[in-house]
Write a new protein. Structure first.
Length: 239
C-alpha cells in the first residue's frame, strides 16, 4: 500500500512555505502518521520530484494519545499524528499534513504552544486550600483532568487567537476543575477569571464538541462550570 503525504514545510516563520509531496509505502493497515514521519526522518527518502527530503521538524513524546505533543492539521482536521491511521485516507490516495495555524510557527510542523501554559500560570490555576470533594466534584475533576493541552480545540475555535482575552476550552476545562474543587468562599478569583477569559468570550459555536482527541465531554463540563461560576448555583457543594 502507498499514500502521498502532502506536507507543508517552512524553514522559519520568515521563509515562504511550500508543499513537499512524498509517496510513502506501508504494509500495516494500522500504521499511523507519526510512524511515517519517523521513518521519513531516518533518511534516504525522496519526494515526488526526485529531491532529497530533509528531516521534518515535528513534535512527539508518548505516541500513545496521552500527551498531545504531536497535534497537527491532518486532512484538514486538527488531530494527533499518533492517532491518524494512513488507511483512513486510502480512498483519496493522499493526505495533507500541516502545522496548527493558531500558534506561532517554529519550523515545518512544529509550533510554539507555550501560550497555553503561560495562560494557566497567568490565571493562577492552582488550589490554595485543601480540595473540596464529593462524588460530583470527583466526576467533573476527572473529566477536566483528561485535557491534553494539545491545542486541537483552539485550532477550530472561531473566537480564539493568540494574545486575545478569550483563552478557549484549553483553559476552560482546567478552570472547571479548580472551580469544582475550591472550598466555598475561596473560589471568587477563579470564578472571575472564568467569566472574564472563558464565558464572556465563548460564542457557543461548539466547534470544539467533537474535536477533542481525548474524547472529553466539554459540553457537560462547560454547563456545570457556567452554573457555578456565572449563575452561582451550588452545583457541586452541599449547602
Amino acid at each position: 500500500m502507498q499514500i502521498r503525504l502532502d506536507i507543508k514545510r517552512q524553514q522559519s516563520p520568515d521563509d515562504k512555505s511550500y508543499i513537499q509531496s512524498i509517496v510513502y509505502e506501508y504494509d500495516d493497515k494500522s500504521e499511523v502518521l507519526s510512524n511515517a514521519l519517523g521513518n521519513i526522518n531516518k533518511g534516504g527518502c525522496k519526494d515526488t520530484e526526485g529531491n532529497d527530503v530533509s528531516p521534518l521538524s515535528w513534535e512527539c513524546s508518548c505516541l500513545q494519545k496521552k500527551c498531545g505533543a504531536c497535534a497537527m492539521v491532518i486532512g484538514g482536521r486538527p488531530r494527533l499524528a499518533c492517532d491518524a491511521k494512513l488507511s483512513e485516507f486510502a480512498n483519496e490516495g493522499f493526505v495533507t499534513v500541516e502545522p496548527l495555524s493558531k500558534f506561532p510557527l517554529i519550523r515545518d510542523l512544529s509550533v510554539d504552544r507555550s501560550v497555553m501554559f503561560d495562560t494557566l500560570r497567568r490565571i493562577r490555576l492552582w488550589l490554595e486550600t485543601d480540595a473540596y470533594d464529593n462524588d460530583k466534584v470527583r466526576d467533573i475533576a476527572y473529566e477536566s483532568s483528561g485535557c491534553l493541552q494539545c491545542g486541537c480545540c483552539l485550532e477550530v475555535c472561531p473566537n480564539f487567537y493568540v494574545g486575545g482575552r478569550f483563552y478557549g476550552m484549553a483553559a476552560g476545562l482546567p478552570m472547571s476543575k479548580i472551580i469544582a474543587q475550591s472550598q466555598k468562599g475561596n473560589d471568587k478569583d477563579i470564578r472571575q477569571q472564568y467569566k472574564k477569559h472563558f464565558y464572556s468570550g465563548c460564542g457557543k459555536s461548539l466547534a470544539c464538541r467533537n474535536i477533542c482527541p481525548a474524547g472529553l465531554d466539554a459540553d457537560r463540563v462547560m454547563a456545570s462550570s457556567n452554573a457555578a461560576a456565572v449563575w452561582k448555583r451550588n452545583v457541586y457543594k452541599k449547602k
